[in-house]
Design a protein around this ligand. Structure first.
Ligand code: SF4
Length: 354
């Protein structure tokens, strides 16, 4: 039987495809075939003509960071005159702006600030939750959590329990980029190792909070490194009983940073989105990135994605060249033009691993 037919049979039966089959798909399937197979995989979980979305903002509470990733356009070192750390009222002012746009979710994202201990985060989150009880918050990324635990001299389990006890519901899988230790050594040796990242995320889930998975493509990563990322995610998702709520892939923006490069074409992004949907058979929600691909991201709904954000703000990606449009109707019309009924959703419930 031809390899594409074998893959199609596996997808229909919900059987995981192998790493070699994922590589073959990426290297040999044409765009139409990838779209068809990813749509078949999507239908295991979702109606073929429906897509969900959420209006959200990313609040960048600080741009001070000591990790020095060479692909980052956002960070400033401590003592840099452009460095900032927002106080609680300033954070709330940004939340107000989202509320005015009809948003329901705030994601916090900053840097590895050398003075922010876990208690500081817990206090900030407690206060914003008190002021905005109807909003959902993605309060930290796993990468920030890891750094702050180390700074606070807390194990990941102790740090996660502290956050959970303060009421934190989500620590999302941001800051992952490419989960391959060779890639990490080349571009951000101070950030994490893959094993350490998964250990931290496991502690977060074990403490009863929810989490997600992300990937960023378009640096200089090899196909092997991309596959290592997907393989480690799929293995981890099995290990934690399928509790990661979603997988979001977006593209690196190459402006205003040390590494530079050329932006990845949308066609390449869509192909990888399809491979991700097919390979990650144990992820229900695959999300496409309006933040980095604007309306073009909606084409991802035909390449396996079922959900997207309508972002109102994110300094990390806009500093690197992303543009944010508040013309939500135009973006939604792009999805409808592709034949999808768009449904605004609430934040997903956490599915913590206990
Ligand atoms: S990507 Fe994140 S961890 Fe790396 S330098 Fe930028 S803010 Fe710091």
């Amino acid at each position: 039987m031809a390899v594409m037919d074998q893959i199609e049979q596996k997808i229909s039966a919900g059987i995981p495809i192998s790493r070699n089959e994922a590589a073959t798909l990426y290297l040999e399937a044409d765009d139409q075939k990838l779209s068809d197979l990813a749509s078949l995989a999507r239908m295991r979980f979702h109606k073929a003509d429906e897509a969900t979305y959420l209006i959200m903002a990313i609040v960048n509470y600080t741009n001070v960071c000591v990790a020095k990733c060479d692909y980052c356009s956002f960070y400033r070192l401590p003592h840099d005159k452009e460095g900032y750390l927002l106080n609680t009222d300033q954070v709330c002012q940004k939340i107000e702006e989202l509320v005015q746009h009809g948003g329901k979710l705030i994601g916090f994202n900053g840097g590895f600030h050398p003075k922010l201990r876990l208690d500081d985060y817990a206090n900030l989150f407690t206060e914003v939750r008190r002021r905005y009880p109807s909003l959902e918050f993605y309060e930290m990324t796993v990468a920030e959590f890891m750094f702050s635990c180390k700074l606070s001299k807390l194990s990941y389990d102790a740090g996660a329990q502290k956050l959970a006890a303060s009421g934190t519901r989500w620590v999302t899988g941001g800051g992952a980029e490419i989960m391959d230790n060779g890639f990490r050594k080349r571009h951000s040796p101070g950030k994490y190792t893959v094993e350490d990242y998964h250990n931290a995320q496991e502690s977060i889930l074990r403490a009863g909070m929810g989490s997600t998975a992300t990937m960023v493509i378009g640096f200089d990563e090899t196909l092997d490194e991309r596959l290592n990322h997907l393989e480690s995610l799929r293995t981890f998702q099995d290990r934690v009983g399928g509790t990661l709520a979603s997988f979001l892939c977006w593209t690196y923006k190459p402006w205003n940073n040390e590494f530079g490069g050329i932006e990845l074409a949308t066609s390449e992004y869509l192909r990888w989105l399809a491979v991700s949907r097919i390979y990650l058979h144990n992820f229900r929600n695959i999300r496409t990135s309006v933040l980095t691909k604007n309306e073009d991201a909606l084409k991802g709904l035909r390449f396996g994605a079922n959900d997207f954000d309508l972002p109102t703000e994110d300094e990390v990606t806009t500093r690197a060249g992303a543009t944010i449009s508040l013309d939500f109707e135009r973006i939604l019309a792009a999805a409808r033009g592709l034949g999808f009924k768009t449904i605004e959703r609430s934040a997903w419930p956490t599915r913590a691993w206990r």
